[in-house]
Ligand binder design. Structure first.
Ligand code: SF4
Length: 394
């Protein structure tokens, strides 16, 4: 993969592919698109807005997939819906549970491709690490996903479907009429799974807007964090069109080192990236930018690196998340020692920035940061073949 990745990715939004039997999958449609397909399949225009609200609630608030169970709709209309539509989410191929409670799911999407999704339970929250691409456009050298060529972008339905799949597994769908239970097992979303989310902007945006919608899954935008490796032209759009929190895969303090660790740096270097972050439309002290920094032994973990990092992010409301490197088969790096990581964290902290050290979770099931990879390979088939399979029109 050349590192001068093009700004516009040719793997574009997957048009609504008619699943088996030619029915339209409603999962992932925005409210506007849902209204359009309902009208296109016979719902009277003057009823459409109300129907969108009812169907939306059934799918995203109650987690109902069977139109016949949508009891506030007339029986005949339910049958009509069942004729034309389905409510489908990615299929769970396997689930592994780590000794620390972390769950890793391998899910299958259209075309038989597979992606990994990770659920991390903590005392005060439950975080789902969501994937946005099969493989990745980029080749960050510390990341297992980076060794998997991009196969395709996920649709909005396949992205929000990961949240729905996890809620199924956690049994987190409320029951209509039951007293409202505010506690949530799945309270936070991080777009830190497989893929570069900003190279699949429209689908990620639509999926997160569905997840944030107050009449459905209703996750607060401040509980959603999108992590980018530095696709500079799309950074401001994230604030304007999604409004979630932002994290940056930073990982180095010189262009020379970052070019190796995060090759997109050759496209937009540290200075360009920092300028885009200083201009981030939602930059406030209460919504700081998270700088993710993987701790690699002898590569980026010196005291000089720590002092340089503080200098680079000066003036940006930020926190620095230190990630002890999680090794994977064939990984070219080693994790920094605990003493080194704490010394590094202390320099950042003394400079006035929160510098939490991320606790590796799910290492025993290769679920920790940077360890995700699915078996779906692009090698065997051309992109055209794979996109044809997944219904991508060129
Ligand atoms: S760190 Fe993110 S952008 Fe880089 S290769 Fe891994 S998944 Fe892709």
């Amino acid at each position: 993969m050349t590192n001068s990745a093009p700004i516009t990715q040719d793997v574009h939004t997957i048009p609504r592919k008619l699943p088996e039997g030619g029915k339209v999958n409603l999962v992932g449609l925005t409210r506007e698109a849902l209204r359009d397909v309902l009208i296109a399949h016979g719902t009277p225009e003057k009823q459409a807005k109300m129907r969108v609200g009812q169907i939306w609630q059934w799918i995203y608030q109650w987690g109902v997939r069977d139109f016949h169970a949508m009891t506030n709709l007339a029986k005949a209309y339910r049958a009509q819906l069942d004729e034309a539509f389905v409510v489908e989410i990615p299929e769970v191929v396997s689930k592994q549970v780590s000794s620390d409670g972390t769950r890793k799911y391998l899910v299958r999407i259209a075309g038989g491709h597979e992606v990994e999704v990770v659920y991390i339970p903590e005392t005060d929250r439950g975080t789902l690490c969501v994937s946005s691409q099969v493989g990745c456009t980029l080749t960050c050298s510390f990341c297992h996903t980076g060794t998997q060529k991009l196969v395709r972008n996920l649709t909005a339905g396949e992205i929000v479907g990961q949240i729905m799949m996890a809620r199924d597994d956690l049994g987190e769908w409320p029951v209509p009429g039951a007293p409202k239970d505010e506690t949530r097992l799945l309270s936070n979303i991080v777009l830190m799974g497989m893929g570069e989310p900003l190279y699949n902007f429209e689908n990620v945006r639509d999926a997160m807007k569905i997840a944030m919608d107050g009449e459905g899954i209703s996750l607060s935008r401040r509980r959603i964090t999108l992590s980018t490796s530095g696709v500079v032209p799309e950074i401001a759009r994230t604030a304007e069109e999604i409004g979630c929190l932002l994290a940056v895969s930073f990982h180095a303090t010189t262009d020379e080192v970052r070019d190796k660790l995060v090759p997109i740096n050759k496209r937009w270097n540290i200075e360009e990236l920092l300028n885009a972050l200083r201009d981030y439309p939602r930059l406030t002290n209460s919504e700081r930018i998270t700088f993710e920094y993987v701790m690699l032994h002898g590569v980026n973990d010196s005291d000089e690196d720590a002092h340089r990092l503080v200098k680079l992010i000066e003036g940006i409301p930020a926190k620095v998340n230190l990630i002890p490197f999680n090794e994977w088969p064939g990984a070219p790096y080693k994790r920094s020692s605990n003493n080194r990581i704490h010394a590094f964290a202390n320099i950042i902290y003394q400079a006035g920035y929160a510098s939490p050290i991320r606790t590796p979770r799910g290492e025993d099931i290769l679920a920790a940061c940077g360890q995700l990879k699915s078996a779906t390979e692009r090698a065997r088939k051309s992109r055209k073949q794979i996109e044809a399979e997944a219904g991508v029109k060129n």
